[in-house]
Design a protein around this ligand. Structure first.
Ligand SMILES: O=C(O)CCC(=O)C(=O)O
Ligand SMILES: [Fe+2]
Length: 328
């Protein structure tokens, strides 16, 4: 999973950097092979439409696989890895929980505002800022030359002053903290972890040939006064080969979750171009479906069942000859 150079950095060192500076960055912490295998588990070209599974949705220029703990064993293993848990154990002094996670792909253009991630929500609305300790974990799953993560040095020391603002304006940061902006254009596999109270964003970009792929997850020290804080974690039970009380607690077994999965997507969050691509695909599939339903409507049900019985018989006699999908 991790490159040797990263394995050789102690978790104490990472925690120490987090406590003193508010962030820690390591270029190419994940092996290239691990990232490639992780990406093979995600199909960004398959968008959910009446699909009975977890999968990818579109919100503007982003594609999201929010429920990656249900769809990617590699992601599950990374999010529940000893390394991540050791960092959390060292950093937090009370129970901590995974509060959200997602793999996402940003294409063509994006202008993310400067913000902190200590958000409290009611439904999908951000309503307030909280003061629970929290960590934002970010892994680059592609080489990041544009749209890099940016962090304002020492901003966690003053960000509470702006708790009444949902975002900070580009102008404000540019005029007051220009020299404190750290930008991390780095290679695939890079690991970034920072204090959620620090001001950060992905640097705006506009390049129709560029795509950035990332894994992000957040861990908060959720106290009992914040019952329900966090998105639900949908996990594939097949992946749970390392379950311990520690991991059950971290994943929030039996813990209330009130926030909807991010982003709240629908057809309305798609770009006109993505809607057109989808409509074209749907048209072809709809014609096939109509064709099938027309044939079904003119044939007696008994004839269809008999045809399936015949196919099954032929298949059992000549297995290589035919492949039936009995749902069709
Ligand atoms: O993608 C990034 O670089 C930052 C993302 C982020 O801060 C967020 O989604 O809250
Ligand atoms: Fe953020």
């Amino acid at each position: 999973m991790f490159n040797l150079d990263f394995i050789n950095v102690s978790s104490n060192q990472i925690v120490n950097d987090l406590k003193t500076k508010g962030y820690f960055v390591f270029e190419q912490a994940l092996t290239e092979q691990y990232v490639d295998e992780m990406l093979q588990e995600v199909d960004f070209n398959q968008i959910l439409v009446n699909t009975n599974d977890v999968g990818v949705v579109i919100a503007q220029t982003y594609k999201f696989l929010t429920h990656c703990l249900a769809n990617s064993k590699k992601t599950y293993d990374l999010i529940t890895s000893r390394r991540v848990l050791d960092i959390c154990q060292g950093y937090f002094d009370d129970i901590y929980k995974l509060t959200n996670h997602r793999i996402y792909q940003t294409s063509k253009t994006s202008h993310m505002p400067w913000h902190t991630d200590n958000n409290l929500q009611v439904g999908k609305q951000l309503v307030d800022k909280h003061n629970m300790p929290g960590l934002l974990f970010l892994f680059y799953l592609s080489d990041v030359t544009q749209n890099a993560f940016q962090y304002v040095k020492n901003s966690r020391q003053w960000s509470t002053q702006y708790n009444h603002e949902i975002y900070l304006s580009d102008n404000f940061i540019e005029s007051n903290y220009k020299n404190d902006i750290l930008t991390f254009p780095m290679k695939k596999g890079t690991f970034i972890v920072c204090d959620i109270h620090g001001v950060h964003r992905a640097e705006p970009f506009n390049d129709h040939n560029y795509t950035r792929t990332s894994l992000l997850f957040q861990v908060d020290q959720v106290g009992s006064q914040y019952l329900g804080h966090g998105e639900k974690n949908i996990v594939n039970t097949e992946y749970l080969d390392n379950l311990t009380p520690e991991i059950m607690d971290y994943l929030g077994f039996g813990f209330r979750r009130d926030y909807p999965a991010f982003p709240c997507s629908s057809i309305a969050t798609m770009t006109p171009k993505d809607i057109l691509v989808l409509q074209r695909k749907l048209l072809v599939e709809s014609l096939e479906a109509l064709n099938k339903s027309f044939i079904k409507s003119i044939l007696p049900a008994e004839a269809i069942i008999n045809a399936k019985r015949l196919l099954w018989y032929i298949k059992s006699k000549f297995p290589k000859l035919i492949n039936i999908d009995s749902n069709k």
